[in-house]
Design a protein around this ligand. Structure first.
Ligand SMILES: [Zn+2]
Length: 397
């Protein structure tokens, strides 16, 4: 058993109470076995906290392999076209399947971004755990009041699903789809309600070019729509978001590839969290995020898969292996980022991320060979090795 916040226990056991909270953690012989408790013995397996996926787009479940463009803008346009072929019911079914696939891969906490509202509805229905961040887009600053009216209405409608362990957040999408005015308005709204903010930031190199001197693929696309400038003077993506109040301790920055020392100073000052998506970064941009630098400076960081249109299937353990290669983390450090680190990044570490008395019974069991260290063996595992998953003590896989 790998509690994460405490050393591994060779023959460990967890007792979960009838509210779904962890009541006792310890060596098997020391954990009580109430007569009415349902009991399960897992031989040849490691038991660990459910994994935390800090960045995904589950409404895109089912689109794996359907958009293979190397050019990022062409890829985005293809994804938008694919989405236009789906009904609300299709999206809800896709999101539900995506949540079940997360559980089957040992993931019990999800931070999702999307614009259909299907993921928060499916999380509510399936009693999943995590945050659904609703996307805002619009590059015409003068339209911000109209866009915000519609956005607020959508949030009001979606908030009915934010019950139990499901939280709502906002996601001003990216610097090439959101004007400065809209960034400010969405940040103000998030601040007023104390909800999380998800952003794609410093991801493609052309995003930096757009804000520096209005060049690159995004500038070309915007020029064709009558927009001739984004920032009045050269600015980095991180500084641009900071200027509009987007960077806070409730903000989760996905990707954050193209940042320098000055950006990192801003990120540390604001206390943002990082959703590191190593395989998506490589697939779309052939680049790596300086995640070791972020963690060294004390930023909270978790691992994300991004959507299955980027990398399929969603395999958080494979992402963790890729992250480990970039950072030189030990197996113990890598497993911490996958679980408690991700929970900290999402602000959910008081209730999940480790096997600790009082936290939810979010757990996964992974089949491992006896010959290896359990941490190394878990990190080497495949999705098919996940033998069971519980969310709040409820068997979900
Ligand atoms: Zn994303």
């Amino acid at each position: 058993m790998l509690p994460i916040d405490a050393p591994a226990i060779a023959d460990g056991a967890v007792l979960v109470d009838d509210r779904g909270r962890i009541a006792v953690v310890g060596p098997n012989h020391a954990v009580p076995r109430p007569a009415d408790a349902e009991s399960r013995h897992l031989a040849d397996a490691a038991l660990l906290p459910g994994l935390v996926n800090t960045h995904t787009h589950l409404e895109l479940t089912g689109f794996a392999g359907m958009a293979e463009e190397a050019d990022f803008w062409e890829w985005i346009k293809h994804v938008i076209a694919l989405k236009a072929t789906r009904t609300d019911e299709d999206f809800f079914n896709a999101a539900s399947r995506g949540i079940r696939e997360c559980w089957a891969a040992g993931v019990t906490t999800i931070c999702d971004m999307g614009n259909t509202g299907s993921v928060i509805a499916a999380m509510h229905e399936l009693r999943a755990n995590g945050i659904a961040q609703h996307e805002a887009f619009d590059m015409h600053a003068e339209e911000t009041p109209t866009v915000m009216k519609r956005f607020s209405r959508e949030l009001d409608r979606l908030a009915q699903h934010a019950t139990g362990r499901v939280a709502i957040g906002v996601a001003p999408h990216a610097p090439y789809t959101v004007s400065g005015a809209l960034y400010q308005a969405v940040s103000d709204l998030a601040g007023a309600h104390g909800v999380s903010i998800g952003v794609h930031v410093a991801e493609p190199a052309d995003e930096s070019a757009l804000l520096r001197d209005f060049t690159g693929i995004f500038a070309d696309a915007l020029r064709a729509r009558g927009i001739t400038r984004v920032s009045p003077e050269p600015v980095s993506p991180i500084a641009w978001l900071d200027r509009h109040g987007v960077l806070t301790s409730r903000t989760i920055c996905a990707h954050a590839i193209h940042t320098d020392a000055a950006d990192t100073v801003i990120m540390v000052r604001r206390g943002v969290a990082i959703a590191h998506c190593p395989r998506s970064n490589r697939r779309h941009h052939g680049a790596d995020a300086p995640v070791a630098r972020y963690v060294d400076r004390g930023l909270r960081a978790g691992i994300g898969t991004d959507s299955e249109v980027s990398v399929a299937p969603l395999d958080l353990m494979a992402e963790a292996r890729a992250a480990r290669k970039l950072t030189g983390w030990t197996a113990v450090e890598t497993l911490r980022v996958l679980t408690l680190g991700g929970a900290e990044a999402l602000g959910l570490d008081a209730s999940c991320g480790s096997l600790e008395v009082g936290k939810w019974g979010d757990m996964t069991a992974v089949r491992i060979p006896a010959s290896k260290s359990p941490e190394d063996a878990v990190l080497a595992s495949a999705i098919a090795d996940v033998v069971a998953t519980w969310s709040g003590g409820r068997s979900v896989h």
